[in-house]
Design a protein around this ligand. Sequence first.
Ligand code: GTP
Ligand code: MG
Length: 238
Amino acid sequence: DTSERMRSLVRAQQEQLTRPGVDHEHLAAQMKQVHEEFVRLRMYYQFGIDEVQTKVNTLRQEFEQIHDYSPIEHVRSRLKSTESLVEKAVRTGGDMTIPAIRERVHDIAGVRITCSFVSDVYWIANMLSRQPDLEVLMTKDYIAAPKPNGYRSLHLIVQVPVFLSEHTEHVPVELQLRTIAMDFWASTEHKLSYKYRRNLPAHLREELDDAAQVAADLDARMERMRSEIRPMPDVDDH
Ligand code: GTP
Ligand code: MG
């Protein structure tokens, strides 16, 4: 498993370091270079987060200023820690070079947008997708097709340009859009899965299953009330 693979990686590194006649200076220089590359990589992804966050904040503030209500309830972002980036890079298998890792780990940068209503989730996703400097690389609609455990959310991998001194970096950012009810369920499921390390007792699995249904029902009821607040947006309107 992952921790075993991590341990053997560390062991291999230690063996290399303690081998007689090893060039410590060269190895140290190599390790320093790898470390610097990771630091730079994470910096690029933080810039990507900043770009997306600015876009979302712009929409939110515009809504709050001009309209009587904002479809965006809250926004949270996170940059994957180096530790969990390395862990996922090892777990997913393949080359441990920076380009290969970037190719297979799509959630180094993550932004989560919580909305009140399901239709707002699609509305905001459309607003962002229409922006000319934002490219949608992948869409996973777990609202239309929830995961077997009941997880619902709309996932987009979007790519934004980050303009640096010497070049332009195209940074993929994982966008998770969901309602408050979906978020409540997902954060509870996450805490339980974490506690039970994915081996949930049957009665908790049933509870979660039931709660997922209740959350979906609540979203449907709220959606019906939404029309009283604001007319339905035309999501296909360009
Ligand atoms: P990861 O390797 O876990 O990132 O998943 P993936 O590459 O298969 O992509 P997916 O779209 O399925 O999931 C991406 C992210 O969505 C996860 O990292 C979680 O933040 C969230 N997510 C997906 N499935 C679940 C779930 O069942 N429960 C919870 N709480 N979150 C989930
Ligand atoms: Mg993830």
